[in-house]
Design a protein around this ligand. Structure first.
Ligand code: AMP
Ligand code: MG
Length: 319
């Protein structure tokens, strides 16, 4: 199907991707159409071996220092949830990277993703397999809930392991930029590079976005998401919003015993940050499906994968 220009959703260790042959401009255009994705939001190209990078990226355009950084990151985190932004080869259709000269590339660790790329015999362009702006899918059912009838196939590999999107690092700038926190933590990347990552400029003006995919509101459920400082604040918000006639649900930690006894419906994310990352999107989707008008959640420490969790909660709660 991929070789014939079709759209195939598949599991990766982060979230489910919606794949098309990255070298087929028409197939890539279908991804944007199926997702109703903004045309200025670039895709990530998935490869099945580090050497395949040269098929899609112009590595000669990197400086020696940038090349050394690329090799260090690939050596440390590939296969895995790290995406690097390098220079796009002219032979790769421009719509893969929304017209940018740069290209985002990742070598996923999921065995089904790897096998799919190898059998297809082409690099696979794949954003998350959800409607644009919505919560990313971590199961095949999530993919169907958003895209059934708009795609050709979904490979069901069960629930994804990490549950949040990959970390995106731009290697074409000095110093490199952290474009999106994700499965690999900032500290892990900085330790390998030996340099502090710069923050990208945050903007919500689509015409002037320096790096697309940075919309303030993204990863969002239908219900309004309200972040609270702690369990007490969450219980107080619950009482207040119920008084206003809202249908209130909550995303809770395992030790939030009082909130679990008080707030229905609720969804228990787990206790560690890794568990929260894995279950966050399923929780947002489950509460949405129960028709709540507001979802309450507690702010978590922004350490390790907590930085990516906070980033997603911030964007999901933006109006
Ligand atoms: P998705 O796979 O739907 O999570 O989207 C891929 C994300 O990767 C985009 O939203 C951007 O944040 C990022 N990205 C992809 N390509 C580039 C690029 N060339 N420059 C900057 N960011 C990129
Ligand atoms: Mg996405």
């Amino acid at each position: 199907m991929l070789r014939e220009g079709g759209l195939v959703a598949f599991p990766t260790e982060t979230v489910y991707g919606l794949g098309a042959n990255a070298l087929d401009a028409r197939a890539v255009a279908r991804i944007y159409e199926a997702k109703q994705r903004a045309l200025n939001d670039p895709l990530i190209v998935h490869i099945a071996a580090p050497e395949q990078l040269e098929q899609v990226a112009d590595l000669s355009a990197l400086s020696d220092l940038q090349r050394a950084r690329l090799d260090a990151l690939a050596g440390a985190f590939w296969p895995g949830p790290l995406t690097v932004v390098v220079w796009r080869k002219a032979s790769v259709p421009a719509n893969v990277s929304a017209g940018l000269d740069t290209l985002a590339v990742r070598f996923p660790s999921h065995p089904i993703a790897q096998a799919l790329i190898r059998y297809a015999q082409c690099p696979i362009a794949a954003p998350s397999a959800n409607r644009f702006g919505h919560v990313s899918p971590t199961t095949a059912q999530h993919v169907l809930d958003d895209l059934d009838g708009r795609i050709d196939l979904v490979l069901d590999g069960g629930a994804t392991q990490i549950g949040l999107e990959s970390t995106v690092v731009n290697l074409t700038t000095e110093p490199p930029q952290l474009l999106r926190p994700g499965g690999v933590t900032r500290a892990q990347v900085e330790a390998v590079l030996g340099v502090a990552l710069a923050a990208p400029v945050q903007q919500n003006d689509e015409s002037a976005m320096p790096a697309p995919g940075m919309l303030t509101r993204h990863y969002a459920p239908r219900a309004r998401l309200v972040l609270c400082a702690d369990e007490d604040a969450l219980l107080a918000q619950h009482a207040f919003l119920k008084g206003q006639g809202e249908l209130v649900g909550a995303l809770l930690m395992r030790d939030h015993a009082r909130a679990q006894a008080t707030i229905h419906p609720h969804f228990v994310l787990g206790q560690t940050l890794e568990e929260v990352a894995r279950n966050l999107y399923a929780g947002l989707r489950a509460l949405d499906a129960q028709g709540v008008s507001v979802i309450l959640a507690v702010r978590l420490p922004e350490v390790g994968v907590g930085e990516a969790i906070a980033d997603r909660l911030r964007r999901a709660s933006a109006r």
